[in-house]
Design a protein around this ligand. Structure first.
Ligand SMILES: Cc1cc2nc3c(=O)[nH]c(=O)nc-3n(C[C@H](O)[C@H](O)[C@H](O)COP(=O)(O)O)c2cc1C
Length: 333
């Protein structure tokens, strides 16, 4: 079954140690022990989202995930976490096999520290030149993620990134594609272009095994692609990394907050550092409010444009089976 898809996924499966080269991208608050183990137990590759966790919390989460699955899974670390090296040490202690470095260029020494305990390193790269540099300096695999994705995003669409990166890199390197993938037909297309596998987030966020609040899941089921919008930056002095989330009161309040802080800046009431801190603080906790507390009005309901293809709660195994069936049917055509 799924022979054509499996053949194209072979390098990715080998790299991940899985049955299918389908990663569930780390989603802060959502990608914890339950969803991660469910994905890995179903033959995919789950990734724990460390987010702002302390080393102790990460320690607990990895141990709890190991208790739920004997299959491989990864840990996603945010590069600007102030305790990055301590988090890497926790991964080493548990013998984590794959570490994903997200949120910016890996700081000096981090890739080396991960490789030292034998784990594989996956990185993101915004440009082809940077991707080549990271792969030269020890990264084992690359995830290219387009602007259709949910959460923090770059400016370029997945379809364009795929054309830029895959022809150049796919013969020699392990490249996964992420952003906007809702059906297996799309997986087939990227595999045919040379990707060894794919990463999905939005499609898995509301799986039966996901602990996301029922109100969060309901918001996903109701939403269309056009509801998953990017945050806007109102003042060039206050840089905001765009976030794709469902349009709600929170997204509007965020725009208003930026205007308010810009005015304080104009009046000399705050300096630049304080202004940027206020902007960051506004977002801190917003995703948690939506995912855990179910506040989908003022919280941040991060979602990709594929949210329109998420219509009901389904077990992870069924979602993966559907994706594989669709990919195989597309390749057979
Ligand atoms: C609710 C949510 C939270 C996310 N949080 C993170 C995160 O903490 N770290 C990260 O690297 N990516 C994060 N992402 C991105 C996903 O890992 C994944 O790359 C993305 O969802 C793939 O695109 P898709 O949403 O179109 O499937 C998040 C995405 C969503 C939807």
């Amino acid at each position: 079954m799924h022979d054509k898809t499996r053949a194209l996924m072979q390098r990715g499966c080998q790299f991940l140690g899985t049955e299918y080269a389908i990663l569930c991208g780390a989603m802060s608050w959502v990608s914890e022990r339950n969803l991660v183990s469910a994905i890995s137990n179903a033959g995919g590759f789950g990734v724990i989202a460390c987010g702002a966790m302390t080393p102790d919390l990460l320690d607990t989460e990895i141990a709890a995930t190991k208790a739920l699955t004997a299959k491989p899974f990864g840990v996603n670390l945010i590069t600007m976490h102030p305790m990055l090296l301590d988090l890497i040490a926790v991964c080493a202690k548990h013998g984590v096999t794959h570490v994903v470095l997200a949120g910016g260029i890996p700081p000096k020494g981090s890739v080396e520290a991960i490789k030292e305990f034998g784990a594989k390193v996956l990185v993101f790269a915004p440009t082809l030149a940077l991707a080549k540099k990271l792969l030269r300096s020890g990264a084992d695999a690359l995830v290219i993620e387009g602007s259709e994705a949910g959460g923090h995003i770059g400016p370029v669409a997945t379809s364009v990134l795929a054309q830029e990166f895959l022809p150049e890199l796919s013969a020699e390197h392990v490249v996964f594609v992420a952003g906007g993938i809702g059906r297996g037909d799309m997986i087939a297309a990227y595999l045919e272009m040379g990707a060894v596998g794919v990463q999905l987030g939005t499609r898995f966020a509301c799986a039966t095994e996901s602990i996301a609040h029922p109100a969060f899941k309901k918001a996903f089921f109701r939403a269309n692609a056009r509801d998953a919008i990017t945050s806007v930056q109102v003042d060039p002095r206050l840089p905001v990394i765009p976030v794709r989330a469902l349009k709600n009161k929170g997204t509007e309040e965020f725009t208003a907050k930026q205007i308010e802080v810009a005015k304080l800046l104009d009046a000399g009431a705050v300096d630049m550092g304080e202004a940027q801190l206020q902007i960051e603080h506004f977002w801190a906790g917003a995703l948690r409010r939506a995912v855990i507390d179910g506040d989908v009005e003022s919280g941040s309901v991060m979602a990709g444009q594929s949210v329109g293809m998420v219509n009901s709660e389904e077990p992870v195994a069924e979602i993966i089976a559907q994706l594989m069936d669709q990919s195989e049917a597309a390749l057979a055509r």
